[in-house]
Design a binder for this molecule. Structure first.
Ligand code: GRF
Length: 199
């Protein structure tokens, strides 16, 4: 499959996908990387990997529609079969999503439907939950919603801070994302209402 990656930051999840493709664990090719942050470290990785990068700086657009239209126009020639949101910190509209219905996959550092949105790991620490983890899911217009493909649980320790918990969750994000994307690329996932079969 032809994969686009959208990322806003450091790019460790993007790197996990890249490495898994190189290792033959995901049957895909990363055709383009999109970032909304002009100096995001992930852009240096894309350059190193020889993957074309598109910068879509939201501040340069007068509306969310124009920002999204720019991205749609820019990625269209690459004909992506799949968009992997690897730490992409912007909410996509229903209109954007409709162009790639059931073909956008997100990773979120919490066990959804708990702790949607920003600072999910801090929310978990503050809530005093004893387990946390990550969720990979198909994207719908509501934030951090959509049929769940895979989840992995980690323990929360008594002395955890947002940072120590985030680090523990990150170690399971990478293999969980890789596994979910690999299954998608093999056409093994079937969406049945809220339920994804095949994972
Ligand atoms: C990850 O924790 C991801 O789940 C969250 O943002 C972080 C991105 O990390 N949405 P990276 O850029 O993939 O290293």
């Amino acid at each position: 499959k032809r994969m686009a990656i959208f990322a806003s930051g450091r790019g460790s999840n993007a790197e996990a996908l890249y490495d898994a493709i190189k290792a033959g664990k995901i049957n895909a090719e990363i055709v383009v990387l999109v970032s909304d942050i002009p100096d995001a470290p992930v852009l240096e990785k894309a350059e190193k990997w020889n993957i074309p990068a598109i910068i879509a700086d939201r501040k340069q657009f007068s509306s969310k529609e124009k920002f999204e239209d720019f991205i749609l126009d820019q990625i269209k020639p690459y004909q992506p079969d799949l968009i992997a949101l690897a730490g992409f910190m912007r909410l996509l509209s229903g209109r954007f999503i409709s162009h790639y219905e059931s073909r956008i996959i997100n990773i979120h550092p919490a066990l959804l439907p708990s702790f949607k949105g920003l600072h999910a790991q801090r929310q978990a620490v503050e809530a005093g939950v004893k387990v946390a983890g990550c969720t990979v899911h198909f994207v719908e217009a509501d934030m951090d919603a959509g049929p769940i493909i895979a989840q992995t649980v980690v323990p929360v320790m008594e002395d955890d801070t947002e940072d120590t918990l985030a680090a523990r969750i990150l170690t399971v994000e990478h293999p969980t994302f890789v596994k979910a994307v690999a299954l998608f690329c093999e056409d093994k996932l079937e969406i049945n209402g809220r339920v994804v079969r095949g994972a």
